[in-house]
Structures are given as structure tokens and as C-alpha cells.
Design a protein around this ligand. Structure first.
Ligand code: PNS
Length: 158
């Protein structure tokens, strides 16, 4: 059984995340989406809201689970009995941080490998932060996030 973790803040989930989720779910037997609880990051959405939105927008994918986590990613991977961590790479600007994270995690546990998927070109500019910024100024975010998320962002911003 090949189980992978796709960790992130998902504040909120975007089409870029969904692209990675869809493609990874076709490669592994089970994909666990790990939703970081960390309040220090001051998320717009609570972890419960982020999990709910992820469940709504991934409902049609059979081999995924959505699980909140706190603390070290590597501990979470062990708990889930996952041997792969998946991350999306959008551009060269992501590389330094992602490399540092992957190498630190590999130092902490050599049994867990990080695998990178390059984000599809059409989402290479997209991030949750950008979506929140556009929404905060009343911009159109329909190209960036699924419908279920648009309503939630509007509620938060109003
Ligand atoms: O979506 P994000 O915010 O880029 O995801 C970052 C995440 C959740 C992958 C990262 O912050 C993380 O793994 N946090 C858990 C704490 C941890 O294990 N840190 C050490 C890794 S260097």
C-alpha cells in the first residue's frame, strides 16, 4: 500500500491545490491531505472550515482522506504510516523553502521521501495568499477557487 501525505495550510484550498491532489491520487493508493492546525499562522479559516471545504471539493475522489494535524509533519507521516510527502512546486521562488523542508524532513526520518509535482502551468501563479488579497479588494476570484470556497470567502470578508 503506497500512502502519501499532501500537507499544507489550505487557507483556502485553490485550483492549484486541487490540481496536485487530483494528479497525486492517480499515482498512489491512498492520499492523506494533512491540514495544518497551527494558529500562529493566523489563518483566515479555522481548521474545521478548511477541512470542510476540502471535503466538499474533493468528494468525487475515492482514495483520499482529509486529516488535520499539528506539530511535526514527520510525526504525522509516521502516525499515518505514509512513506511519501508530496509538495507542489510552482516556480523557482518555491524551491529554496521546499528544498530546506524536504532535506530537514529527510534528516528526521530517512524512511519518508518528499516528492515534488510541478504545478500545471495554468496555476503556476496561484496561491491562497493572492486569492485572499484579490477577494479583500472585491476582485473576481472565480478562476482561482471552486464555487464552494467563493461563498465562504465572501462571508468572511463581508
Ligand atoms: O501550505 P503551506 O503553508 O506552504 O504548508 C506548510 C507545511 C504545513 C507543509 C509546513 O509548514 C509544515 O510541514 N509544518 C509542520 C511543522 C514541521 O514539520 N516543520 C518542519 C519541517 S522543516
Amino acid at each position: 500500500m503506497l500512502r502519501a501525505i499532501y500537507p499544507g495550510s489550505f487557507d483556502p484550498v485553490t485550483y492549484g491545490h486541487l490540481d496536485i491532489i487530483n494528479r497525486t491520487s492517480k499515482i498512489v493508493d491512498e492520499l492523506v491531505i494533512g491540514v495544518l492546525m497551527n494558529k500562529a499562522k493566523m489563518p483566515l479559516f479555522s481548521v474545521e472550515e478548511r477541512v470542510k471545504m476540502l471535503k466538499e471539493v474533493t468528494g468525487s475522489i475515492p482514495n483520499i482522506r482529509i486529516v488535520p494535524f499539528d506539530g511535526l509533519l514527520i510525526e504525522f507521516a509516521r502516525k499515518m504510516e505514509a512513506t511519501i510527502v508530496v509538495r507542489g512546486l510552482r516556480a523557482i521562488t518555491d524551491f529554496e523553502y521546499e528544498l530546506q523542508m524536504a532535506q530537514t524532513n529527510h534528516k528526521l526520518d530517512r524512511e519518508v521521501e518528499t516528492m515534488f509535482l510541478t504545478t500545471s502551468l495554468k496555476y503556476s501563479y496561484l496561491s491562497s495568499t493572492i486569492v485572499k488579497e484579490v477577494a479583500a479588494f472585491g476582485g473576481d476570484i472565480t478562476q482561482f477557487v471552486p464555487e464552494a470556497v467563493i461563498d465562504r470567502i465572501k462571508e468572511k470578508m463581508s
